[in-house]
Design a protein around this ligand. Structure first.
Ligand SMILES: C[S@@+](CC[C@H](N)C(=O)[O-])C[C@H]1O[C@@H](n2cnc3c(N)ncnc32)[C@H](O)[C@@H]1O
Length: 227
């Protein structure tokens, strides 16, 4: 099935959220980073301004700035409403209200939008989809995947997860994935089996607590390294 914009609910997190979700140190931020499934997050825009080296890969980059902007406009109210209706699933700590959530996310997405066309021309945004990425083996130092793998465990199969994680590990010696919960704060149905398979295949895998928690109980990332 082809990827259409109608299927995407664009929602982008900020640079500060990425650094917290993935425990990114200053040394990490100096490395060559892949953000897979970055969508309309502002991580790429902000890290580039800070002099970092980052490429974002996402099928949403098949569309142009105006198309993505209009999709954000169409879905924004609906997503904020969903957050309001499911308020008890989130920790209202760093972000203290649904209104603030809307503002934080919209600021991040506007930052992404104003960077997108120039970043696309510079090769920082690449139209690509897991489980097949158009990068050479070991092209990056760190691959990040935020709010895609495991989160959509109901929609995406165990095999898709395994192929995708291995693909991230092919293009980078270290992969970090966050969160490890599904939508609705459910425990990931695939996590244990994926870890077992990766360990069997010789990867070093660890689950690490991070300083970020918005989805209740979603404060752990998966780190996978080549041994
Ligand atoms: C919930 S958004 C997360 C955006 C961003 N990572 C963040 O945390 O703010 C999920 C993203 O996954 C992207 N996506 C969907 N299918 C994908 C695939 N097969 N490979 C990579 N990304 C995909 C979507 O386009 C969307 O931008």
């Amino acid at each position: 099935m082809s990827f259409t914009l109608e299927k995407v609910v664009p929602w982008g997190r900020s640079f500060d959220e990425y650094t917290a979700m993935f425990s990114l140190s200053n040394a990490d931020l100096d490395k060559s980073i892949l953000g897979c499934g970055d969508g309309p997050a502002s991580f790429n825009a902000e890290l580039t301004r800070r002099g970092g080296h980052v490429v974002s890969a996402d099928p949403i980059y098949n569309f142009n700035e105006d198309e993505i902007r209009s999709r954000i406009k169409k879905t924004y109210k609906e997503i904020v409403e969903q957050a309001r209706n499911n308020k008890e699933e989130f920790v209202w700590d760093h972000i203290s209200s649904v209104e603030e959530l809307g503002t934080v996310r919209m600021n991040a997405m506007n930052d992404f939008l104003s960077d997108f066309t120039v970043g696309m021309n510079n090769g920082r945004y690449v139209d690509a989809s897991l489980p097949d990425l158009p990068f050479e083996k070991g092209h990056f130092d760190i691959a990040l995947c935020s709010h895609f793998l495991f989160l959509y465990g109901e929609q995406l199969s165990e095999n898709f997860h395994l192929q995708s994680v291995k693909e991230l590990c092919r293009v980078s010696p270290e992969t970090r994935i966050f969160p490890l919960l599904e939508l609705g704060t459910k425990k990931s149905r695939h996590l244990k089996k994926i870890i077992d398979r990766l360990e069997k295949d010789g990867f070093a895998v660890s689950i690490e607590k991070v300083s970020y928690e918005f989805q209740k109980g979603g404060n752990k990332m998966l780190r996978i390294k080549h041994t």
